[in-house]
Design a protein around this ligand. Structure first.
Ligand code: NAD
Length: 300
């Protein structure tokens, strides 16, 4: 039987701060496949996440199919806006939610992972994004807001490959998460977030080439359909997007986080050893449509 076997592999999944997003589902799918998993959490969200874990409030979500409970090897603090501690402004470093976190930058994450895994790791997942002006249309976005979205949501992946690439064992895998607004206009997905996703997908191709030639690593990106995670719910119209997708996708149903998780586990596994530089759609086929079918004239 052909199965995804990640036994003996270690994965670091960045962008997990609750059990309701893609990062958590990916971490769980990798664990289901036999990998050990660490996660990295944004310091402003990390306190409540660790508290919920300690209180057992996430136990049902952590349940694995073999009867054991998923236990993260480590939860690292990570603010992916920064590469080195010196880059973080004093008001962030001194903020009560950051000041006891140690080095919460991407460089700090790499140093901590290296100390914990001197023999290397195998998988790095980037499942995070932030657009400070995401609710603003492009005609109103500020330079700071636009660059902030690209910094947190796209350059962060470049920096993670730079910093963690040397720590990943030969043949390892990097994966990030994108959204179709990278290639089609999606009014409401603003603040330069669409630009950040376009950069993320473009960077995936050149990172795949460079990291492939340098270390033998693969770099891919999943373009996921609309899903009501905490981050997406903050944008404001996610339920309308999900309803619209359900009416117009070839498979007329909402995507699940588990579907993204299992695709991610496959892409990060040896079964996908021939796939790199790819944008893989997990959207019930929405990207393939050229016309909406929920209009009154025609359709399904
Ligand atoms: P989520 O809320 O589970 O994940 C987003 C995470 O990013 C959160 O844990 C948040 O704390 C973290 N984060 C924000 N700013 C950060 C920073 N500066 N440094 C480190 N972490 C930071 O939501 P999600 O929707 O599962 O998002 C995961 C990925 O999936 C994102 O890249 C998102 O754009 C992408 N995606 C989401 C959808 C959707 O509809 N939910 C669709 C396509 C792609």
């Amino acid at each position: 039987m052909l199965s995804i076997d990640m036994t003996g592999k270690h994965a670091v999944v960045a962008g997990v701060a609750d059990d309701g997003g893609f990062g958590f589902a990916i971490a769980k799918a990798l664990a289901e496949a036999g990998a050990t998993v660490s996660v990295a959490s944004w310091p402003p969200a990390m306190g409540i996440f660790t508290k919920l874990l300690d209180l057992g409030k996430l136990d049902a979500s952590l349940q694995l199919s073999n009867g054991t409970k998923l236990k993260f090897s480590k939860i690292y603090p990570l603010d992916a806006d920064f590469d080195r501690l010196e880059d973080a402004p004093a008001e962030i470093r001194d903020n009560r939610r950051y000041r006891d976190s140690g080095d919460f930058t991407i460089g700090g994450l790499a140093a901590a992972v290296k100390a914990d895994h001197p023999d290397g790791i195998d998988v790095v997942v980037h499942s995070l994004a932030n657009g400070p002006e995401v609710k603003k249309p492009m005609l109103e976005v500020s330079r700071k807001g636009y660059l902030g979205a690209v910094s947190a949501s796209a350059y962060s992946m470049v920096s993670m490959v730079q910093h963690l690439g040397p720590l990943v064992r030969r043949g390892g895998s990097f994966l990030s998460l994108s959204y179709m607004a990278s290639e089609r206009a999606v009014p409401g997905y603003g603040g330069g977030m669409s630009s950040a996703k376009a950069a993320l997908e473009s960077d995936t191709r050149i990172l795949a080439f460079e990291a492939g030639r340098k270390w033998g690593h693969r770099v891919n990106v999943i373009s996921a359909g609309a899903f009501a995670s905490r981050a997406a719910s903050a944008i404001g119209f996610i339920h309308e997007m999900i309803d619209y997708a359900k009416r117009n996708t070839p498979l007329p149903e909402a995507i699940t986080a588990e579907e993204v998780g299992s695709t991610a586990a496959f892409l990060c596994s040896p079964l996908a050893s021939g796939i790199t530089g790819s944008t893989v759609y997990v959207d019930k086929g929405y990207h393939a449509m050229g016309i909406a079918v929920d209009r009154s004239a025609g359709g399904a």
